[in-house]
Design a protein around this ligand. Structure first.
Ligand code: Z16
Length: 830
């Protein structure tokens, strides 16, 4: 490749600076300028990280100008805006994305190179912004990209956690997961603008006094006030100057310390209050599908929704429109139930502070909010204890009780009324946030067709009956093709541009254009180029693995990838048991027979919630199976296995373009949508999957001959589970193959002392996620993969056809759906 100067080479820099003339590109000057001023460093003392910082600060200057222009334009036009409230934004790296969106990648690349740095080395210096757990947080990030690209006036609102998702370490001795903090703000963050002047006071605790007989009004006073400070993250659109805003709140004590306690000589107490305020935005909760009911999490939710609403109200008041028109100028999308308190907070503001009547306030509220549900798993549905709510947010609890009276209009039987209720009876009573979100929103949507049907039929059937079907809809998720094709797979992007003979700018903004590739499916030359790109990406992954784990990987083997949060419903266990099955099978063959086996490399990556015992045990099993299999000279040229530690957006960007097959094998009806399935297919990888979530719609688009489906269907799951409980059949009888695998694990070849028994017992007893029911058909699907992969030309055609038909899954389409069918907002062009 390209010649590289030694890092921080004095001569290179001095030459570069001595040579600064009117001919020197502005970008080079700007980078040098930031080294000398912002970083206060001598140019010959700069390493890759310093060069990254200087380049980032220089790009930031461009973003700020565009950001300001856009925001001024939004104010000038006074159009309706939409706000995306999400506790998670899983942004990943920004520099490469900003350079792509600004169209400055080549220029920065050559400027950096003239200063002695390679762009590839510089881009990887950046730490991921990982303020999210998984799909839900990454979806929010894709939606911001698409909103800016389509010049839609959309802001995100979230929290500026000091610590993002934990860093995952794999213990060398037993292969188990360890968690370390992620202090991502250790170095100055060039992508945010601290807005120390944009602050709001947020109250907690205290008491609520009703007044104004029959108006529903009250005054909330006392308690503790915490300061919210705004940090703005600039979100550039692709191929437009439009640059949107993601506003993240940081908590701070209102006073550094409590002066009264300080004067009374109680220093401890004085500092205590300041600690508890700062703690609110300290850490992202690392649980993806469980609601923990921790007071600090409720504090996060209220702190964030209160600050965000106050900010929206202030902006709305600048328009000088009557408050009754609030919903004509503002749409608020609730990303899951996490921001549901916003519904109650807006009621509080309108009734108590704006002194509107209850009914007018409720009309505004129920025209403003939209609610997206992301899961039907019961353990994920948020509930907050009434005593905790009364203690922390006494006025909001009153309002919720007042909203409850609305239900009384429903003339159903008592049982149905109870199910509809916002308050769950019990000790203690609990507020059902999902029900509150449905009642307070204009529309409710799921994230894929199947999921949205389940939301209507299983989650909220009584609300469907009460409000009618028109309140319920579907918006199938999407992904941004900028990050998930052009950035992570530049060779494929270039090949596509070259083949379609249309500008990259065009197809990256209208992904349906990919179907133009179909005209070339049968062209052997194109097929060869397509295959070469995939191979090159597999080599890139192989190099990454070798650097990470010190093991060589055969890039000619079939690459099979499952990367996602560890969860029983996602069934990584099914995958690893399948790997063991394959290992035992190859082991039983003669050396001659083995030569016919399709060579395969299996990759896993993903984090387990720190308190999720079974998920952590699954990681441990995968790591230890890998150690045995990779060390077995009989089999290791045919099958190898890797668990890549510390999965992140940036690691996904390397894995996804390199996959031949990826696995999306949740128990039918449990994965709301999935979004990595879309990313793999967009990059020409094929799916092995269950008939679940967005897999179904992907198959509808790409053709079901290009997807390897297996397993039981959603309508049969309930009955199968019933039978597991009341008419259990031993595994030996149901699937002898699976029984053999389970016994092999029990026998201790991957670790003795029965460490894996609790995991194996989830399958032997109860088997809630139906591994025993799906195992044989799963193995058959993998055999079909082997057969298909043997005919490489046919395989490449499947790969091309898949990419070609992924247009629907651009997040641009998803955001258009929201903008038109839900928010009713229009682009702001300038
Ligand atoms: C999450 O990532 C999702 C759901 C949820 O309740 C909580 C978290 Cl942190 C995921 C869904 O599991 C996935 O199917 C979906 O594609 C994604 O949200 C985005 O909608």
């Amino acid at each position: 490749g390209q010649e590289k100067w030694p890092k921080g080479d004095e001569k290179t820099w001095k030459t570069a600076m001595r040579d600064i003339t009117s001919e020197t590109p502005d970008i080079t000057k700007s980078i040098v300028h930031h080294v000398q001023t912002s970083l206060a460093r001598a140019p010959y003392n700069i390493d890759d990280f310093g060069a990254y910082q200087a380049a980032a600060l220089s790009v930031r200057d461009n973003l700020i100008v565009n950001w300001n222009t856009t925001q001024i334009e939004y104010s000038r036009k006074s159009q309706k805006r939409a706000y995306y409230l999400s506790l998670e934004f899983l942004m990943g790296r920004t520099l490469s994305n900003a350079l792509l969106n600004l169209g400055l990648l080549d220029q920065y690349s050559s400027s950096l190179s003239s200063l002695g740095f390679g762009i590839e080395d510089i881009l990887v210096q950046e730490r991921d912004a990982a303020l999210g757990n998984g799909g839900l947080g990454r979806l929010a990030a894709c939606y911001l990209d698409s909103s800016a690209t389509q010049e839609l006036p959309v802001w995100g609102y979230g929290l500026r956690y000091k610590y993002g998702i934990f860093q995952q370490l794999i213990k060398a001795d037993d292969g188990s997961q360890l968690e370390a903090p992620d202090p991502w703000l250790e170095h100055q963050n060039p992508w945010e603008l601290p807005r120390l002047d944009v602050t709001y006071e947020v109250r907690f605790y205290g008491s609520a006094q009703r007044w104004g007989e029959g108006t529903g009004r009250a005054t909330w006073s006392g308690g503790q006030e915490v300061l919210a400070i705004a940090y703005d993250v600039m979100i550039p659109g692709y191929g437009t100057r439009s640059t949107n805003n993601l506003r993240l709140w940081e908590s701070k004590p209102k006073r550094g310390f409590d002066l009264q306690s300080f004067n009374a000589g109680n220093y401890e107490r004085a500092v205590e209050s300041s600690n508890s305020a700062a703690a609110i935005t300290s850490v992202l909760y690392p649980n993806d599908h469980t609601s923990f009911g921790k007071e600090l999490r409720l504090k996060q939710q209220y702190f964030w929704t209160a600050a965000s609403l106050a900010d929206m109200l202030r902006r709305f008041k600048n328009l000088e429109k009557p408050i009754s028109e609030f919903a004509e100028y503002n749409a608020i999308q609730l990303n899951d139930t996490h921001p549901t308190l916003a519904i109650v907070e807006l009621m509080r503001i309108l009734v108590d502070e704006e002194e509107l009547s209850w009914d007018s306030a409720w009309t505004i509220v129920t025209n403003t909010f939209f609610f997206t549900n992301h899961t039907v798993l019961p353990e994920a549905l948020e509930k907050w204890s009434v005593p905790l709510m009364e203690h922390l947010l006494p006025r909001h609890m009153q309002i919720i009780f007042d909203i409850v009276t609305v239900e009384k209009r429903f003339p159903g039987d008592r049982d149905r009324l109870a199910r509809l209720s916002l308050i769950e009876e019990g000790f203690p009573k609990q507020v059902r946030m999902a029900n509150l979100a449905v009642v307070g929103s204009r529309k409710v949507n799921g994230v894929a067709e199947l999921h949205s049907n389940l939301v209507q039929k299983n989650l909220f059937p009584d609300f469907v009956e009460f409000y009618g079907l028109s309140k319920f809809g579907n918006v199938t998720n999407g992904i941004t093709p900028r990050r998930w094709l052009d950035q992570c797979n530049p060779s494929l992007s270039a090949l596509i541009t070259d083949t379609l003979k249309i500008d990259r700018n065009v197809w990256l903004k209208d992904l349906y254009k990919l179907k133009g590739l179909l005209a070339h499916v049968d062209d052997p030359q194109f097929q060869a180029r397509w295959a070469a790109v995939k191979h090159q990406n597999k080599e890139r992954l192989a190099l990454f693995v070798e650097r990470q784990l010190g093991i060589k990987v055969d890039a000619h083997a079939l690459f099979d990838v499952q990367i996602k949060r560890l969860h029983e419903y996602k069934r990584q266990t099914l995958n690893i048991l399948g790997v063991i099955h394959r290992y035992l099978l190859i082991k039983s063959l003669t050396p001659e027979e083995r030569k016919k086996v399709v060579k395969k490399v299996v990759f896993f990556a993903g984090k387990a919630a720190p308190g999720y015992y079974i998920a952590k045990l699954t990681i441990r099993l995968i790591v230890n199976v890998a150690r045995v299999i990779n060390a077995d000279p009989d089999t290791n040229q045919y099958l190898s296995l890797f668990f890549l530690p510390d999965y992140s957006v940036s690691v996904a960007e390397i894995l996804i373009p390199a996959s031949d097959i990826s696995q999306h094998i949740s128990t039918a009806g449990t994965e709301a949508s999935g979004t990595s399935n879309m990313k793999f297919c967009l990059n020409g990888g094929l799916l092995v999957g269950t008939v679940d979530g967005a897999n179904i719609e992907i198959a509808e688009e790409v053709g079901d001959d290009n997807v390897f489906f297996f397993g039981n269907l959603t309508p049969d799951v309930e009955d199968l589970r019933y039978r597991h409980t009341y008419h259990p059949i031993p595994v030996e009888q149901k699937s002898p193959a699976l029984a053999h695998v389970l016994n092999t694990v029990s026998s201790g070849i991957f670790g003795s002392d029965g460490v894996y028994e609790p995991l194996l017992n989830t399958i032997r007893e109860g088997d809630f996620y139906l591994l025993t029911d799906d195992f044989d058909s799963y193995i058959r699907a993998l055999e079909m993969v082997d057969e298909a992969y043997a005919d490489r030309t046919e395989w490449v055609k499947k790969s091309i056809r898949t990419t070609a038909k992924m247009g629907k899954f651009s997040s641009d389409r998803a955001i258009q759906d929201y903008a038109q069918e839900y928010w009713n907002i229009e682009s702001v062009k300038f």
